[in-house]
Design a protein around this ligand. Structure first.
Ligand SMILES: N[C@@H](CCC(=O)N[C@@H](CS)C(=O)NCC(=O)O)C(=O)O
Length: 200
């Protein structure tokens, strides 16, 4: 049984969405991030070296960070068809877009929130505008980041676009707004967002 260490209104919503798409049994274990006692839970500490959500345990395996979790779950449960196999030509693009959220989108969002001046040639994420343009181009052929095929990478990117909208930094962008609409229309994402609105 998979356990998701979760807190409402956090990045754990991504993993919850993915678990709903996956169709495997899971339980949500709420970690109240405001309560040191809850954070000290040994299962959570073992699963999350930084004490952050999301993290999961799955039998003997523990994984933290939403992108690492997505890659792990989609590979571990291939019946759901959420990741191209290692010898599939789409595998490279899938990996690129799966790590685009933690490696590029999230630091670029911090740049925009905090109005950092960055040199796009030396910052690993380029800059916010380059991040948006690259994502828009990636979705050119759509409807998903791998074209017709929905994958675990879409749970990372789609939730990132949602967060950008919620935090008011999503520029007017027809491709990204259309993508977000398609993501939100998926019952699995709607269920995860509905759960995420509650209190711990
Ligand atoms: N890169 C991590 C970021 C996780 C993260 O920052 N989670 C926040 C909630 S959205 C958290 O647990 N914050 C509590 C803390 O840092 O103590 C991921 O994508 O999973």
């Amino acid at each position: 049984m998979i356990t998701l260490y979760w807190h409402p209104k956090t990045r754990a919503v991504r993993t919850h969405w993915l678990l709903e798409e996956l169709g495997e049994d899971y339980t949500l274990e709420t970690v109240d991030l405001t309560d040191p006692g809850s954070r000290a839970d040994p299962g959570f500490r073992a699963a999350s070296p930084m004490g952050k959500v999301p993290a999961i345990s799955d039998g003997e395996t523990a994984v933290a960070d939403s992108a690492a979790i997505a890659i792990y779950l989609a590979d571990r449960y291939p019946e759901a068809g959420l990741a191209p196999a290692v010898d599939d030509p789409d595998r490279g693009r899938y990996l690129f877009w799966s790590v685009y959220t933690p490696g590029v989108v999230e630091p670029a969002m911090m740049e925009r929130f905090n109005q950092w001046e960055v040199n796009p040639g030396s910052s690993g994420w380029g800059n916010f505008d380059r991040m948006i343009e690259t994502l828009e181009r990636g979705l050119d052929t759509g409807p998903w980041i791998l074209g017709d095929r929905f994958s675990a990478a879409d749970t990372l990117l789609g939730s990132s676009v949602y967060f950008m909208q919620v935090f008011g930094v999503l520029p007017a962008s027809t491709p990204l707004e259309g993508y977000l609409e398609r993501c939100l229309a998926r019952p699995a994402y709607a269920a995860a967002i509905a759960a995420s609105q509650g209190e711990p």
